[in-house]
Design a protein around this ligand. Structure first.
Ligand code: CO
Length: 212
């Protein structure tokens, strides 16, 4: 059963190539020339949130980084390398942090359960809970509280992006770079824009503003 599914993935690929070539015989040749995506997407690794598909983006249009619970952890070399390349080499204009309702990582952070090594990753999300404890604990309904926690986590990750030297350096050089926070509804397919936008570091707490 599982093996049949695996084989089907290669078949799907062949069909997809045929379809793309049917639409545009030069589709892959054009992509082979390089990429200049205007957007960096930082999303959750969750299988229900495929970045390109939910925003109708074609190959070449979105640079993607995904991890558990769409986190921007400032010591994460993987995220920093993706961000640095996207901002300084590809010169993306937008960075979108996209969380999603029903996120298992965020849910885990609300509980006291231990899942192994991932507890150390989840720890960062628990910090978000601590920052917003009074708001969250004033929400009686657990699902509503969970949804709000998902939103607050995205908001904090956008802020954490704004705090990075990579992003502040780009702003300092006059580069156009807009940060956004979205939440995707896995049960609706709809994206909610949280309107937590950053175009410069002026709204950051003083201690986070870097001078170059
Ligand atoms: Co998730």
């Amino acid at each position: 059963m599982e093996f049949a599914f695996y084989r089907k993935l290669i078949e799907n690929n062949r069909k997809w190539v045929e379809q793309k070539l049917g639409e545009d015989p030069e589709f892959f040749q054009k992509l082979a020339d390089g990429q200049q995506p205007p957007v960096l997407w930082i999303g959750c690794a969750d299988s229900r949130v495929p970045a390109n598909e939910i925003i109708g983006a074609q190959p070449g249009e979105v640079f993607v980084h995904r991890n558990i619970a769409n986190m921007v952890v400032p010591t994460d070399m993987n995220m920093l390398s993706v961000l640095d390349y996207a901002v300084n080499v590809l010169k993306v204009r937008h960075v979108i942090v996209c969380g999603h309702y029903g996120c298992g990582g965020v849910k885990a952070a609300m509980t006291n359960s231990s899942f192994g090594i991932i507890d150390n990753w989840i720890r960062h999300i628990k910090d978000v809970y601590r920052f917003h404890k009074s708001e969250l604990e004033n929400i009686a309904d657990e699902d509503t509280r969970f949804n709000r926690f998902v939103e607050l986590n995205v908001q904090e990750q956008v802020k954490d992006l704004a705090k990075t030297a990579i992003v502040q350096n780009a702003w300092n050089k006059g580069q156009q770079l807009h940060l956004h926070g979205w939440v995707y509804g896995v049960g609706s397919g709809i994206i909610k824009d949280l309107e937590v936008n950053f175009n410069d570091n002026s709204s950051l707490d003083e201690v986070y503003k870097l001078k170059f």
